[in-house]
Structures are given as C-alpha cells and as structure tokens.
Design a binder for this molecule. Sequence first.
Ligand code: PLP
Length: 431
Amino acid sequence: MSDRKLHPETLALHAGWRADPATGAVAPPIYQTTSYQFESAEHAADLFALRKLGNIYTRLGNPTTDILEQRLTALEGGAAALAVASGQAASAFAIQNLARAGDNIVSSTDLYGGTWNLFANTLRDQGIEVRFVDPEDPQAFARATDERTRAYYAETLPNPKLSVFPIAEVAQIGRQLGVPLIVDNTAAPLLARPLEHGAAIVVYSTTKYIGGHGTSIGGVIIDGGNFDWTAHPERSPTLNTPDASYHGAVWAEAAKPLGPIAYILRARTVLLRDLGAALSPFNAFQILQGLETLPLRITRHSENAAAVAKALSAAPGVTRVIHPSVQTGLQRERADRYLSGGYGGLVGFELAGGREAGRKFIDALKLFYHVANIGDARSLAIHPASTTHSQLSAEEQAATGVSDGYVRLSIGLEHIDDILADLTQALAAAK
Ligand code: PLP
C-alpha cells in the first residue's frame, strides 16, 4: 500500500490485512484454533523467551485478533494494541498493568456504571484505591496525586453527563508528575483522538460503536507509545522492576528492541496469560466487520443524534436535553476542542414527570429497543436509575449525573423521520 498517510476511512478497510497468503481470501479468515504448530524445538523456545514474536496459544494471541489489533492501532495512531474479551476486561487490565495493592489511581467521577463498580469495589478489594475527582476542575487530579498514584483515568464522552473530559489539561498535569492518562474513548471513536492530546493509553469497549451491530462483546487497550515509562521509574514499578513471573524481565528494557510498547507487552505477556480474558477469534472477526464501516456510521449516528437533541429541546414535558450539540459555555468549548466530525450518538434527557414518566416513556417505545447497550446500528433507550446505575447509591447516582427522570438514548442509523416519530408518540404516552 501507499506510504502516504492514509485516512481513517481507508485504514478501517485496509490496515493490518491484505489477503490470505495461502488462499488469496480477501476477508480476514477466522483462525478458530487454540494452538499453533512450532517449527522446531528451538523455534518454540525462542517464542516462549520472547526472542521471536509469533503465535503460541490463542489465549496469548491469535491471527484474526491480531488484524483487529493492528487496525485499531492504526486508526488510533498508537504503537500497539491488545484485544480482550470485553470493555470491562480492557478497563481492568489497563489499571492492573500499572497499579498493585497499596497503589492508587485518580479517576474522573463521570464513568459508565460498570466501571464505577469495578473501581469503587472490586479494585478496592484488590488493594487498589481509586480516588474519584470532578473533571470540571483538572487541577483536582493534581491535588489527589501522591507518590503511590499510578494512573489517571477518564471517559472522553461519559454518559450520562456527556461532558467532554479535559484530556490535554489532565494529560499534561500527569506528564509533569510522571502519571499516564488512560482514556476510555468508547463513546467517541474517530471523533476524539485522545493520544494526540497527550493521553498515554486508550481503551474501548468494542461492543459498542466499533463492532456497531450489537452482536459481539469485546474490548481493546491501545498503547500510545508516547509515554516514557523510564523518566519517572518509581511511578511505574510494574514496568521498571524485575518481573519474577518472567525470568526477572524488566519490561521497559525488554520491550526496547520491539518499539515503545513496554506497557502493552506486559499486559499481554503477564495479565492476559494469567487472567485469561482473551477475545474469541469469531468475535474479533465480527468486530473487524463492523469496524470497516465505522467512519460512515459514526457520522450518521452523530447527525441523527443532533437532530433528536434539537427536537427534544422543543418537546413539551422535557426539562433538559443533554448532547454536546445543545451544550453551552465550558462544556461546549471542550466538546468543540476534543470532538471533530460530530458530537456522537448518545442523547440524554429528563422528563418533568420523573421516574414514573420515564417508565411510561420506555414502555411506549415501538422502534427503539429497550436494552442495556449503546452504539448499536439500531436506536436504543434505557432508564439508567432503575437499570445500568441501579447498583450505585443515591449519592453515587447523583455524582455520575443520573436523576430519576433521566432517559438515555443511543441514536441509531434508521431514517431520522422514523426515529423522531417514535420519540414523539412515546413522549405523548408518558404525559
Ligand atoms: N466503557 C463504557 C464507556 C461503556 O459504556 C461500557 C459498557 O457499556 C464499558 C466500558 C464496558 O464494556 P463491555 O460491556 O464491553 O464490557
């Protein structure tokens, strides 16, 4: 292919794969195999010792999954990627790759409910403290940092608040202190480019817009290759001290001949090996299939969502509409700084009638599906207070922006007139 820098539309179709050398097949094959025949005893030993890179066992890597990893790396402008079994596994690994018992991370309060639970409960039980701060004030990240802080964490376009995170401001604070910023860009693939604003690591639930068709759970961690893990070695002991589980390897050193990929190399060789959240090759294929049309889809999702936000803003019984296209002030400035090509497909709104109106609205929908998902080609709706965020306390719900009358929509690719007609009749029924 050309040496010219290719556009996202082209990378989404071509990066990481041309054709099968054995058969000429153009579509990426599904390598549905657990293991790979070694060429010789020496070859096997070289692979295990990381002297050569290659396939060993599908828990550690798979050729179909590798195409997905290469394609997402190219689209994100990163150095390397690790695909895993779900977005949750991606967030968990992203932290566990840096923080151990006794360490802490500083996270934005504006998070997906599942990530909140992981951080507030499961990581805490593992001895990793998560300090939540309000992203309105980027300096809050600096104030919460101490010598055991191993990472900052945030979502680009967090639902339900949909206030774009100040990526560059927080990344810069972290870089001065030697703390990498991890960004979950699930709601804004292609629209936001966190690595270009200083983030070190990007994670996705590929279940959402990247797969795009509601068929397959998956996740990915992309190493930006733009963070010097050796500049403040005391900050990242997992990468700078000998790893007893790998013959005393120091990952920041071991990765040098391979490129700036120490972080993702450890995530694969240690966490994926030990915790085993491997993506199935079939799901990798499905996600690749979706990825091919992501540039087209994300634009249409955004256009339809902006039209819905406009219509809801004028609808009776709706007290508040949440979408970057109708935001003002600092929120809008951040949206315009960090998003380009659209404001994303998620829309939130509040019904004056509270919880009861929310329930009636959801039950009246005919075209929208009532599901706990986002980023499907179909339009989706949910009432977070009674579902995705129901395991959070009232205070936690308020901190993440969920009120009783709040409804979240994930606007799909149907014709906008049909989307608006369904919303109009459901709003009438919710009165
Ligand atoms: N991150 C965000 C922003 C999400 O919305 C979700 C799921 O809804 C996840 C992570 C978790 O992804 P998965 O469901 O693939 O585990």
